[in-house]
Design a protein around this ligand. Structure first.
Ligand code: ASP
Ligand code: CP
Length: 323
C-alpha cells in the first residue's frame, strides 16, 4: 500500500487485510511491552491543518509503538500563518526526512494533491479532508463492529448482512462518506437518517437507503446506530430550527435508547455534543462503543502505518513474526 487516501477505492481484500493486521496490533497492545521495532529509523509527520484530539494522538501513539520517530506539525503557530503554501510546507517536512505524512486539512482533496503532485515522495495518509473522507475512522469503526459481532473469531471476516443506521449531520461528515463506502465493500447495509437539510443534495450514487425519521429507523432494529456530531464550525446558515428541536427529533435520548434492540450497539466518532445528537445516557451506556473506538483507533492506525512503511508483503504481516 503506497497511500491511504479514501475507502471508496479500497479493495475488499486490502480492507480485510488491514483489519486483520489491526487485530495483531491489538494483541500487542495487551502485552506488557507494547512496542514493536518494526518501523525503527522511519519518520512519521503528523501534518494537521484542522483541530484534532483522537486522530492526531492515536497516530502519534501508533507510530511510537512501532518505534518510528514522530514529528507533530499543527498549522496553528506555524509559518502557514505567514502565507506558506501546502507545497512549501510539505517540501520542508520532506527535507527533514518524512517517510509518511498523515494529513488533516480543511480542503477536500488536499491529501490526494500531496500524493499525486510529485512534490514529495512520502506515503500519504488522509486523516480527514474537508467533507470528503476520513478513511482510518471508517476502518476503526469497521474493526469495532467486527469485534463486537464476531468476537475473537473476527479475523478474515467482513460485515456481511450487518445493518447500520448513520444518523445526523451527513452533509458535513467525512466520517459518513468513508463509512458508507467501506461498509458497502464489507457487505453491510447502510441507512442514512437526517433532516433533509443535513443530507447532501444528491445521494443517488451512494450505496445507502435514506430516511428522515429516527424512530422508524430504530423500529427497523439496526445492528449499529452511528450518531454523528452536528458540525457547527462548517455551518454558515441555519440547517435546523433550533437545538432543542434537533435533539427532540434526531437525538439519541434515553427513551430511544430503550427502544433499541437489546444487542445493538451505539457508535459515535467523537467529539460528541452531549445533549444535542446524543444524550449522556446513550454515550455512557454499556452498548456505547465510543471509548472502544478510540482504543481500536490506535491498533488500526498501527496497521495502516505498518502497511505503508514496512514494505510488508502478505507473508510478512504478523507482528509476532516481525523482527
Ligand atoms: N472527528 C471527526 C472528524 O474530524 C468527526 C467530527 O469531527 O465530528 O471528521
Ligand atoms: N473522530 C475524530 O476524528 O476525532 P478528532 O477530530 O478528535 O481527531
Amino acid at each position: 500500500m503506497r497511500h491511504l487516501l479514501s475507502t471508496r477505492d479500497l479493495p475488499r481484500e486490502d480492507a480485510i487485510r488491514l483489519l486483520d493486521i489491526a487485530e495483531d496490533m491489538a494483541d500487542v497492545q495487551d502485552r506488557e511491552v507494547k512496542k514493536l521495532p518494526t518501523l525503527r529509523g522511519k519518520t512519521v509527520v503528523n501534518l494537521f491543518f484542522e483541530d484534532s484530539t483522537r486522530t492526531r494522538i492515536s497516530f502519534e501513539a501508533a507510530a511510537k509503538r512501532l518505534s518510528a520517530d514522530v514529528i507533530n506539525f499543527s498549522a496553528k503557530g506555524s509559518s502557514v500563518s505567514k502565507g506558506e503554501s501546502l507545497k512549501d510546507t510539505a517540501q520542508t517536512l520532506q527535507a527533514m526526512g518524512a517517510d509518511a505524512v498523515v494529513i488533516r486539512h480543511g480542503s477536500s482533496g488536499a491529501p490526494q494533491t500531496l500524493a499525486t503532485s510529485g512534490w514529495i515522495d512520502a506515503g500519504i495518509v488522509n486523516a480527514g479532508d474537508g467533507t470528503h473522507e476520513h478513511p482510518t475512522q471508517a476502518l476503526l469503526d469497521a474493526f469495532t463492529m467486527r469485534r463486537r459481532l464476531h468476537g475473537t473469531a473476527s479475523r478474515g471476516k467482513d460485515l456481511d448482512g450487518v445493518s447500520v443506521a448513520i444518523v445526523g449531520d451527513i452533509v458535513h461528515s467525512r466520517v459518513a462518506r468513508s463509512n458508507v463506502w467501506l461498509l458497502r465493500t464489507l457487505g453491510a447495509h447502510v441507512t442514512l437518517v437526517a433532516p433533509p437539510t443535513l443530507l447532501p443534495v444528491d445521494v443517488s450514487g451512494w450505496p445507502a437507503t435514506v430516511g428522515y425519521d429516527l424512530d422508524a429507523a430504530i423500529a427497523a432494529g439496526p445492528d449499529v446506530v452511528m450518531m454523528l456530531r452536528i458540525q457547527a464550525e462548517r455551518m454558515n446558515a441555519a440547517f435546523f430550527p433550533n437545538t432543542r428541536e434537533y435533539s427532540r427529533r434526531w437525538g439519541l435520548d434515553e427513551e430511544r435508547l430503550g427502544r433499541l434492540r437489546a444487542d445493538s450497539i451505539v457508535m459515535h466518532p467523537g467529539p460528541m455534543n452531549r445533549g444535542l445528537e446524543i444524550s449522556a445516557a446513550a454515550a455512557d451506556s454499556p452498548r456505547s462503543t465510543v471509548r472502544e473506538q478510540v482504543a481500536n483507533g490506535v491498533s488500526v492506525r498501527m496497521a495502516a502505518l505498518y502497511l505503508l512503511l514496512s514494505g510488508a508483503n502478505t507473508e510478512q504481516v504478523r507482528p509476532g513474526g516481525v523482527r
